[in-house]
Design a binder for this molecule. Structure first.
Ligand SMILES: CC(C)(COP(=O)(O)OP(=O)(O)OC[C@H]1O[C@@H](n2cnc3c(N)ncnc32)[C@H](O)[C@@H]1OP(=O)(O)O)[C@@H](O)C(=O)NCCC(=O)NCCS
Length: 329
């Protein structure tokens, strides 16, 4: 168990203004709105401009979360950015964010790569670090510029992903709000189902072997679909059992926004009415580590989450990583 007196004090998000619709995409690759929408539930996604780097979006989401929490950058002593699309391989995007928001030099800053589960991995890490008593206020951010990692000629992947950022401030609980639990998992035997095979130390310069692994997302979609539903169901059941809760006691479930069919299958397995789910995949597509905090912020700001209620977050992603988090507001 983590520390009982740590809570999400505020949330924020940022989405680029540039919208790419399914209709737009059908002019670039052999696809259609009908195919994309019926297979995924996605209608459009946001695409970041040149100046909208991952750190820029992360900092914008962080500022909104700090304003919501009523803290300033001077209060922040830990910044974790979950991302698979860092500004650069080195240094950590969190360091760029620190500089952009003007957080003090005593703040620890690092990135986490757990793909679409990254936000929950970062949340658990920050929760444990705050629980140690050595840090007081953390910015936990999920931010992605997936448009930079997508093969825009591959219709099987390019229709799925989008850009954006979401952030929370974690700190000493005020009132009854608190993080109740986080559970993290990974199945490394499935690591090759979803990856960016080129551009790392195995193949540092993909352009030198054009036929070899490229620095873009490669995915076996069908296999992932089935595993994703099973993994998220397991992550949900285990955290609920740990807290003696039944699925219908959760007023808002925020699943990773990858595919509406995956989300609906999950609801069916958990026997959860669909109106308990918060869904915005139709407007953003899959924004990987940004997906859950972006949805969380929208859910809170739209009044979908009220004080005292329980929210369950469920993630799966490349790795294959997966996990769950339970919070009370
Ligand atoms: C990717 C996904 C939408 C594909 O849906 P699917 O029903 O499994 O479709 P398939 O991959 O079997 O493809 C069916 C057909 O559509 C075609 N197709 C693929 N992408 C297409 C597109 N964008 N437009 C039109 N046709 C497309 C395929 O070529 C295939 O044609 P074929 O039957 O002639 O070979 C679905 O598998 C999925 O969402 N998986 C999970 C992926 C995911 O969430 N990844 C992120 C994890 S964090």
């Amino acid at each position: 168990m983590g520390s009982p007196d740590i809570a999400i004090l505020g949330t924020g998000s940022y989405a680029p203004v540039n919208v790419l619709t399914n209709e737009d995409l059908s002019k670039q690759v052999d696809t259609s709105h009908e195919w994309i929408f019926t297979r995924t539930g996605i209608c459009e996604r946001r695409i970041a401009g040149e100046d909208e780097t991952t750190s820029f979006m992360a900092a914008a989401a962080a500022r909104a979360a700090m304003a919501d929490a009523g803290v300033t950058a001077a209060d922040i002593d830990l910044i974790i950015v979950a991302t698979v699309t860092p500004d650069m391989p080195m240094p950590a995007t969190a360091c760029f964010v620190q500089n952009l928001i003007g957080a003090p030099s005593r703040a620890a800053c690092f990135d986490i790569n757990a793909a679409c589960s990254g936000f929950l991995y970062a949340l658990d890490t920050a929760w444990a670090m705050l629980g140690s008593g050595r840090y007081r206020h953390a910015l936990v951010i999920g931010a992605e510029k997936l448009s930079s990692a997508v093969n825009w000629k591959d219709r099987t992947t390019c229709v799925l992903f989008g850009d954006g950022a979401g952030a929370v401030v974690l700190g000493p609980a005020r009132g009854s709000a608190q993080v109740l639990g986080v559970r993290l998992y990974a199945e490394g035997s499935h690591a090759n189902l979803l990856c960016i095979p080129g551009g790392g130390s195995r193949v540092p310069d993909p352009s030198s072997s054009p036929e070899g692994p490229q620095r873009v997302i490669a995915m076996k979609g069908r296999e992932i679909f089935k595993i994703a539903v099973r993994e998220m169901e397991q992550a949900a059941r285990e955290i609920l059992a740990e807290h003696d809760l039944m699925p219908d006691q959760i007023s808002c479930v925020i699943p990773h926004q990858a595919n509406l069919r995956i989300i609906h299958a999950l609801a069916e397995y958990l026997e959860l009415p669909r109106d308990r789910l918060f869904v915005n995949v139709e407007r953003y597509g899959n924004t990987s580590a940004a997906s859950i905090p972006l949805a969380l912020d929208e859910a809170r700001r739209s009044g979908r989450i009220k004080p005292g209620e329980l929210t369950l977050m469920l993630a799966f992603g490349a790795g294959l990583t997966y996990g769950s988090a339970l919070v009370r507001w």
